[in-house]
Design a protein around this ligand. Structure first.
Ligand SMILES: NC(=O)c1ccc[n+]([C@@H]2O[C@H](COP(=O)([O-])OP(=O)(O)OC[C@H]3O[C@@H](n4cnc5c(N)ncnc54)[C@H](O)[C@@H]3O)[C@@H](O)[C@H]2O)c1
Ligand SMILES: O=C(O)C[C@H](O)C(=O)O
Length: 356
């Protein structure tokens, strides 16, 4: 009797995590009524995805469930998170997956998290700029970051929601207001443009994209995206035409996908890949791995702007070091001035949204 009682309690506990309506939705959760002796508590990090049922959120959740550094994966959304959680929870990988649905469960989703990844918010349609998303996404990011200040103020935050050039300053202001701001822990995810840059440069040069590293600095919209082709590894030399073509394609890669999707959203699959590559780097840094370096949009003194994307080294407490831009050629110096002008306005817009 005692053994059965404990088993039933275990089943109820796990079912409740998978499906917030358990036991009301009996049979529709990710767990059948069978003996369940999972021990849980495997070593690893606790990760929450906010916006987990979206175009990015779903493949991102799947890929994070496959990451051996993750022991607990919280999937939060305002819609559809039970289905996504039930589905992903069947994967025979180590991470325990739990579902959180709606604003009332935001705080439970965040308690104790080491890393919070935020792809919540609306995507672009053809003809829109990322800044056109500001009015809706600014409020979403503000609410989610208020939850972080209360429930996991020491978590690393990976912010994906656009416009990143403004949502990162919004997050910083929310954290400052609450007295929990640590610039080392707030990172705007610009990894997708690096992934694209590596791919496009490899195509042009006839290289394996896995062996190409293109630093992309500045921000995450149009001319603020500044690939440093003079610093590509392995060293490459580009004709002026190749430089123009590559710079333009990297800056407009997002729009290329938005137009191809013709109203059905923006990059989701390549973004999930890039987000996991970046989150994995953050987790390896937290674990204490040496020399984990990626580009990200962070609070910075690399230029006169308060935020800027550049190479950062990730460590046990977030960003350990921000690298200077290094030598730029004339083409890049001109690009940098254009990038800074637009970035300054986007950053100020984010700051004012909270300070107003
Ligand atoms: N940083 C980048 O490189 C990059 C790349 C691609 C997309 N994006 C941005 O990511 C965002 C999401 O894109 P998507 O294609 O996944 O959109 P989507 O519409 O498919 O998914 C967004 C998800 O967010 C959820 N959501 C909305 N409000 C929420 C809230 N208050 N709390 C929690 N979840 C909420 C929605 O329910 C939905 O499931 C967009 O802003 C897009 O522009 C950024
Ligand atoms: O282009 C977009 O709107 C989404 C994202 O920022 C991207 O670069 O694909």
């Amino acid at each position: 009797m005692q053994a059965n009682g404990n088993a039933n309690q275990r089943i109820a506990r796990i079912s409740a995590h998978l499906n917030p309506n358990y036991p009301k939705m009996e049979g529709s959760s990710g767990l059948q009524q069978v003996s369940c002796r999972a021990k849980g508590g495997a070593p690893g990090f606790k990760v929450a995805i906010l916006g987990a049922a979206g175009g990015i959120g779903q493949p991102l959740a799947m890929l994070m469930k496959m990451n051996p550094l993750v022991s607990v994966l919280h999937l939060y959304d305002v819609v559809n998170s039970p289905g996504v959680t039930a589905d992903i929870s069947h994967m025979d990988t180590g991470a325990v997956v739990r579902c959180f649905l709606g604003q009332s469960q935001l705080e439970d989703a965040l308690i104790g998290m080491d890393l919070v990844i935020i792809p919540a918010g609306v995507p672009r349609k053809p003809g829109m700029t990322r800044d056109d998303l500001f009015n809706i996404n600014a409020g979403i990011v503000k609410t989610l970051c208020e939850g972080i200040t209360k429930c996991c103020p020491n978590a690393i935050v990976n912010l994906i929601s656009n416009p990143v050039n403004s949502t990162v300053p919004i997050a910083a202001e929310v954290f400052k207001k609450a007295g929990t701001y640590d610039p080392k822990r707030l990172l705007g995810v610009t990894m997708l443009v690096v992934v694209r840059a590596n791919t496009f440069v490899a195509e042009v040069m006839g290289l394996d994209p896995r062996e190409v590293e293109v630093p992309v600095v500045g921000g995450h919209a149009g001319v603020t995206i500044l690939p440093l082709l003079s610093q590509v590894k392995p060293p490459c030399s580009f004709t002026p035409e190749e430089t123009d073509y590559l710079t333009s394609r990297i800056q407009n890669g997002g729009t290329e996908v938005v137009e191809a999707k013709a109203g059905a959203g923006s990059a989701t699959l390549s973004m999930a890949y890039a987000a996991v590559k970046f989150a994995d780097a953050c987790l390896r840094g937290l674990r204490g791995d040496a020399s984990v370096i990626q580009c990200a949009f962070v609070a910075s003194q690399v230029t006169e702007l308060p935020f800027f994307a550049s190479k950062v080294r990730l460590g046990r407490t977030g960003i350990d070091e921000i690298y200077p831009l290094g030598p730029l050629n004339e083409y890049e110096r001109v690009g940098l001035e254009k990038a800074k002008k637009e970035l300054a306005e986007s950053i100020q817009k984010g700051v004012s949204f909270i300070k107003k």
